[in-house]
Design a protein around this ligand. Structure first.
Ligand code: XUL
Length: 528
């Protein structure tokens, strides 16, 4: 057993850096994490981020992610993690965030000294010290310019998979070029969070994968190549700064001497190209067929599905290249008001924990006697409601100032699920079943509302960290493709993965009721 191969998946998310180690039978052998606020308090982040005074700009310091990697690997080392048995590593990053490596950084990465920490050696390697992340909504002007230059929102979606979105990296790069042209001029390479973390492992610039790269408004989705016109309207000499794209099962490089000497990785450990957290979750949840839909309930709530034949929308949602099928796609709908918003409402309802909140919610019937609410604590992506506020309506669509706590508790859950159903439907996502994942997938009250609103059974993945797990699965997949010298269907790499568990069936009565509420919800949302 002691020589049996292991596979490591990392997940650099908004609030933490996590690791999952699996064996060749896909069993989880260990899990570790570093929480940015609690473990690295000197960066003074809240929820892993810094929010600008206007509420629209949201960034994280990239050196914090660097320090987190050493911290995580040290923890694993203290736990006697058998690094030498790791046969491949891959990883996940929060999508859209960008890192600006300063000229000369590549040479520094290649010469890392294992006697000194990564953070000490790379602290000054950034041309822009605050990395914009997915929660940023400050690029409205750049989005409008992009859509105009590319022939409108639908034309841009047809080309790149999405209309212009504030958090998409191309718009972020355009803004940095406009406001900080010296920083842009000093930039040697622009990485996504995913390719950035891979670079720290291989000691060189790692490529951006086509799946995470789809979240930039810069890539031709069908060709899986940078679109020259999109790059040109963003900033000068961008192609060289972005480097090549790669497929997610390809090898980015080998774990560098720094990590071999410090932690004991083997000398030839391949690092499989890193991807975004939603693409990795798709891999972790093994979504393959049309009608297989997952909902991830975390800092962001996302709904995603695997597709073969996508129809881009110039209005909403995203299409990305698949991370596990070189010819496949994935559809994604993303919400910023996820767990943090649920928590804020729970607190204002006076419920101490989720069990209390569920008891409150059960005091009102499904459908909440016609009451509907919209809970926007932070500028929302879907729909684009940038002004925070709690807006409530009675059964006759008249605005009301407040709900009692029981109605409020139900309204926030119903509103979130009705919105997913409404917007997913417009993007062609029609679930036959839903697989729930993320921290809040442990909340049965929320899953019940989900099952009833969608009218389908909800299953849960026992392993809540689907992005890190998906990265570990992809590490195994990438290693298989390498060893066989050809693309191996992803299903072969995960054939032995444990089955999911059914959590709840829909109640047919509630289901009918929600069908009526849906239309009212859509109309009210339009009004807002
Ligand atoms: C997806 C998105 C979020 C982040 C969260 O488009 O913006 O789900 O990936 O990490």
């Amino acid at each position: 057993m002691s020589d049996a191969p292991l596979f490591l998946g990392l997940d650099s998310s908004t609030q933490s850096l996590k690791a999952i180690l699996i064996d060749d039978q896909l069993g989880v052998q260990g899990e570790w994490s570093v929480n940015f606020d609690a473990d690295l308090p000197h960066y003074k982040t809240r929820g892993g981020v810094h929010v600008a005074a206007d509420g629209l700009g949201v960034t994280s310091p990239p050196v914090m992610w660097v320090e987190a990697l050493d911290r995580l690997l040290e923890r694993m080392h203290q736990d006697h993690c058998p690094f030498a048995r790791i046969a491949a590593v891959s990883g996940s990053g929060q999508q859209h965030g960008s890192v600006y490596w300063r000229r000369g950084a590549r040479a520094r990465l290649a010469a890392l000294n294992p006697q000194t920490s990564l953070a000490d050696q790379l602290r000054t390697a950034f041309a822009v010290e605050a990395s914009p992340i997915w929660m940023d909504s400050s690029t409205g002007a750049e989005c409008r310019e992009r859509e105009q230059a590319m022939g409108g929102a639908q034309a841009l979606a047809d080309l790149t998979g999405s209309r212009a979105y504030e958090r998409f990296t191309g718009n972020q790069i355009a803004r940095i070029y406009r406001l900080n042209s010296d920083g842009y001029a000093a930039t040697e390479r622009i990485a996504l969070v995913s390719s950035f973390m891979a670079s720290l492992l291989i000691g060189d610039y790692a490529p951006i994968d086509v799946s995470d790269g789809s979240g930039m408004n810069l890539m031709n989705l069908r060709m899986r190549q940078w679109d020259p016109r999109s790059l040109e309207i963003t900033a000068p000499d961008l192609a060289g700064r972005l480097g090549p794209l790669a497929l997610a099962h390809e090898t980015a490089g080998y774990v560098s001497a720094y990590h071999q000497q410090r932690y004991g990785f083997g000398p030839q450990t391949p690092v499989i190209v890193f991807s975004g957290d939603n693409p990795n979750s798709l891999a972790g949840l093994r979504l393959k067929e049309a009608g297989d839909v997952a909902i991830s309930l975390g800092t962001s709530d996302t709904m995603f599905a695997a597709l073969r034949d996508p129809t881009p929308s110039g209005e909403e949602g995203h299409l990305f290249a698949s991370p596990v099928d070189p010819e496949g796609y994935m559809a994604l709908v993303c919400y910023k008001n996820g767990s943090l918003t649920r928590e804020a409402i729970r607190e204002s309802c006076g419920a101490k924990n989720w069990a209390d909140f569920a008891r409150l919610l059960e005091q009102t019937p499904p459908g909440n006697r016609g009451r509907l609410g919209f809970y926007i604590e932070v500028p929302e992506i879907t729909p684009p409601l940038l002004i925070p506020g709690r807006r409530r309506f009675d059964a006759e669509d008249r605005p009301v100032a407040a709900f009692d706590p029981a109605a409020e508790a139900r309204a926030v859950y119903e509103s979130q699920m009705l919105s997913m159903r409404w917007h997913g439907d417009r993007l062609g996502i029609r679930p036959k079943t839903i697989l729930a994942t993320g921290g809040a997938s442990r909340d049965l009250a929320l899953l019940r509302v989900m099952a009833d609103v969608f009218g389908v059974p909800v299953w849960v993945a026992e392993q809540a960290n689907s992005a890190a797990l998906g990265a570990a699965y992809r590490a195994r997949h990438g290693r298989m493709c390498r060893d066989r010298g050809r693309f191996v269907p992803f299903g072969e790499a995960v054939a032995q993965a444990p089955a999911f568990r059914k959590a709840i069936d829909p109640d047919p009565n509630a289901q009918r009721l929600y069908a009526d509420l849906r239309t009212r919800f859509g109309n009210l949302e339009q009004r807002l």
